[in-house]
Design a protein around this ligand. Structure first.
Ligand SMILES: NC(=O)c1ccc[n+]([C@@H]2O[C@H](COP(=O)([O-])OP(=O)(O)OC[C@H]3O[C@@H](n4cnc5c(N)ncnc54)[C@H](OP(=O)(O)O)[C@@H]3O)[C@@H](O)[C@H]2O)c1
Length: 343
């Protein structure tokens, strides 16, 4: 296929991952303010699962193409778009629409792919690294020497957060759902990792562990126990709720409602007394704040980090298998779809 057409994964509406099907369409003319990219890799995010199952508030109504980040080669530049030329290797973010072989993007949402990185590493970088950085520095205000608890530390966001926390001179302590992930993290040089036990609160108490900062995207009992383990002046930063992950291709609404009713709630008066706080964010809103996004990216450029870890690479054809692995909670690092022809 040439760049006259594109192939993409689309769902007619949220609610069931099985509705996601592959389609092809003829490309229309490139808008003058945009850059056209032949996509070579698409980064998967846990938000894709929530969007496809209808559990993500930012999901578009009706039909949509999932996907928040990609990497590829510029094939055409609009007459009013500056900064890129055909042949440039780029990575970028998009507010949905990422599961596609060709994407048109405003230049502001593109970055050059660093030398020596492959496309999969580029597609693995923007969303998870920005999320980890925003949580650690903007809301978490992490300082050198502080101890930070990072849940799902072997995952996309978690692994970047572990690396960034260490680069900031802090002491990261990770948690994971399996011993296999803990030993993998050990091989990456992260020795302080807890395999979460069913009674996570007791596990923390037994080890007398206390934290200046907690990054949580699991929720429920794990989150409650984490808040209880904060030191005075400690911050809990919440940015997800993986405990709501459906065990099938569509949500069990009864289970979800039960979890929702039992979600942790925080009393601000108690927070004043104990001098601990809760903060939360959804980075998708940064989409509208391009100036702020540029500042965050410039800060990240100053942090010496290796390329992100791509744990599992799938062919673009195998999007369902890739989503299944991510949904299972067994993936390590980033899950990426690859296209070998780019169009
Ligand atoms: N608010 C935002 O702006 C924002 C941006 C990006 C990501 N996020 C959130 O951050 C989290 C991490 O995202 P990611 O894309 O990097 O995913 P990920 O961490 O690579 O994968 C999700 C992980 O969640 C853990 N998990 C806990 N309970 C689970 C369950 N019931 N089912 C499946 N997995 C479960 C698993 O790791 P362990 O079992 O090892 O803990 C799993 O590997 C997600 O919750 C996502 O929604 C939020």
């Amino acid at each position: 296929m040439t760049t006259t057409h594109r192939t993409f994964w689309q769902t007619p509406k949220a609610g069931n991952i099985a509705r996601l099907t592959r389609q092809t369409e003829r490309l229309s003319a490139l808008p003058p303010d945009q850059v056209r990219i032949a996509v070579r890799a698409v980064g998967l995010n846990f938000a894709d699962i929530f969007a496809l199952t209808g559990l993500y508030s930012a999901t578009p109504a009706g039909a949509f193409i999932p996907g928040l980040e990609f990497a590829g080669t510029v094939v055409e530049v609009g007459t009013d778009a500056a900064g890129f030329a055909p042949g440039d290797r780029v990575m970028g973010v998009t507010r949905f629409g990422g599961y596609t072989s060709v994407i048109d993007s405003e230049p502001d949402y593109l970055m050059p792919l660093p030398d020596g990185w492959d496309f999969a590493q580029g597609a693995a970088w923007p969303a998870q690294t920005l999320t980890a950085w925003y949580a650690l520095t903007r809301l978490g205000v992490l300082q050198a020497g502080q101890r930070v608890l990072i849940h799902s530390a072997a995952g996309g966001v978690g692994l970047q957060a572990m690396k960034l926390a260490r680069a900031l001179g802090a002491e990261p302590v990770g948690t994971v759902g399996s011993a296999a992930k803990a030993s993998w993290l050990g091989e990456q040089g992260f020795a302080s990792v807890l395999v979460r036990e069913r009674d996570f609160a007791r596990q923390l108490q037994r080890q007398d562990l206390h934290f200046d900062l907690v990054l949580d995207a699991i929720g429920g009992r794990v989150q409650r126990a984490s808040f209880a383990a904060l030191k005075p002046m400690g911050r809990l930063v919440v940015f997800g709720a993986a405990e709501f992950t459906p065990t099938g291709l569509r949500p069990n609404y009864l289970k979800a409602a039960w979890r929702y009713l039992r979600r942790p709630r925080y009393d601000v008066m108690e927070m004043i007394s104990s001098n601990r706080s809760v903060l939360a964010f959804n980075l998708i809103w940064l989409w509208e704040q391009q100036a702020e996004m540029r500042v965050l990216l410039a800060e990240l450029n100053q942090v010496p980090l290796p390329p992100p870890h791509v744990g599992q690479r799938f062919s673009f054809d195998d999007a369902h298998a890739a989503l299944e692995l991510l949904r299972s909670g067994q993936s390590v690092g980033k899950v990426v779809l690859e296209l070998d022809h780019g169009c």
